[in-house]
Ligand binder design. Structure first.
Ligand SMILES: *Cc1c(COP(=O)(O)O)cnc(C)c1O
Length: 380
């Protein structure tokens, strides 16, 4: 099936009693057991729920996996995937991972004896050099946040296999429509479904997908034991969002690409990070492993002190954390998503005062460009 068909017809078989075209929201905490020898398809709402089951099945299909798991947030999905590790085990992690993942590793999992090394995963040699006898997994994010660095997923999967490691990829920025890590040999895909999958900035949700039966069994155990499951109402909202994933991303991506080129040519802009730009580092790798550059870009102002003046004037993109909604969202990583990261680290990653991240929404291109143009007009 083509993508537009798959997005609309996967995950839910029409209700045979009513013919309802949308999955019912099953608000039930427990399900009657047919007998003491037969638990039936569902027993207790934490272990499984029909509305959640439909979302999990849909995500498994879209990612080209076998088993999906829906969690109460992207961080719950990531923390649950990290809980596949045990004390004394070590992870190699993309050094510019999502701030919440950084916090989970440095403030929580380290307390349970799970250690990590942050490396530039664009550099295979750096990954190789960080692997020790304790290393069990690689945790990757590509394009990364906020400077959209590219990691070669197939090469990392091969390297990991040759060392007996498993691999986790945070695929939030791309979604399965644009990038399917499992098809490139990755073992676990995690998502913040809060972003493009939900797509409307109206729910917090997370998803993980795996292909391998044994990993699925272990992740199901974590999901049921840790219990950070997604409620049925939110499972329904994410499914509704997913139905329009392709049309949203196609339209948003087109605007993002135009804005990236326009910003690059603007005299008040010093640099633009976007995998669709010809000079973007790793562009060829990204093109080979994905279906497009996506809808998120970042840029630095030529006037390093201009951030506040720019922010005061910008009207259309909302100043907010988060991304992936129908509305354009502008964020300031230094004071927002990466505020908890040590200064020294921010500098290594190019996260400076004048850096902004823009998640391009569905507004008219002309309105977005005009608004950024007036906000960047420092002569006023
Ligand atoms: C937002 C985000 C997360 C965390 O997801 P929540 O749903 O906010 O818990 C993880 N990874 C990336 C890349 C994100 O953008």
């Amino acid at each position: 099936m083509d993508w537009e068909t798959k997005l609309i017809h996967s995950g839910y078989d029409l209700c045979e009693h009513t013919g309802a075209v949308s999955i019912p929201i099953y608000h039930a905490s427990t399900f009657r057991q047919p007998s003491i020898d037969n638990f039936g398809p569902f027993e207790y709402g934490r272990s499984g729920n029909p509305t959640r089951d439909a979302l999990e099945g849909l995500m498994a299909v879209l990612e080209g996996g076998m088993y999906g798991f829906a969690f109460s947030s992207g961080m719950a999905a990531i923390s649950s995937a990290l809980s596949l590790l045990s004390a004394e085990e070590h992870l190699v992690v993309s050094r510019d991972v999502y701030g919440g993942t950084y916090r989970a590793l440095t403030g929580l999992f380290n307390r349970f004896g799970i250690t990590h090394s942050f490396v530039d995963t664009a550099d295979l040699g750096a990954i190789q050099a960080a692997i020790t006898a304790q290393t069990k997994a690689l945790f990757l994010e590509t394009p990364s946040n906020p400077t959209l660095r590219i990691t070669d997923l197939a090469a990392c999967a091969n390297l990991a296999k040759s060392h007996g490691l498993f691999t986790i990829v945070d695929n939030t920025f791309m979604t399965p429509y644009l990038q399917r890590p499992l098809e490139l040999g990755i073992d676990v895909v995690v998502h913040s479904a809060t972003k493009f999958l939900g797509g409307h900035s109206d729910t917090i949700a997370g998803v993980a997908v795996v292909k391998d039966e044994l990993l699925a069994k272990r992740l199901r155990m974590v999901q049921n034991t840790f219990g950070a499951v997604l409620g049925p109402q939110d499972c329904w909202l994410v499914q509704r969002g997913i139905r329009t994933l392709k049309v949203r991303l196609d339209a948003q991506q087109e605007k993002a690409a135009k804005l990236a080129a326009w910003l690059l040519a603007h005299p008040q802009v010093a640099a633009v990070h976007y995998p669709g730009l010809p000079a973007h580092p790793g562009r060829e790798v990204h093109e080979a492993q994905s279906g497009g550059p996506g809808c998120v870009l970042s840029f630095t102002l030529a006037d390093r002190q201009g951030a506040r003046a720019f922010l005061k004037r910008v009207k259309l993109p909302l100043l907010a954390v988060s991304l992936g909604g129908v509305e354009s969202i502008l964020s300031h990583p230094v004071t927002m998503s990466h505020a908890s990261m040590p200064k020294k680290y921010q500098e290594i990653l190019g996260i400076e005062e004048s850096l902004f991240r823009l998640s391009v929404g569905l507004e008219s291109y002309a309105d977005l460009e005009n608004d950024l143009a007036q906000a960047l007009d420092f002569s006023r």
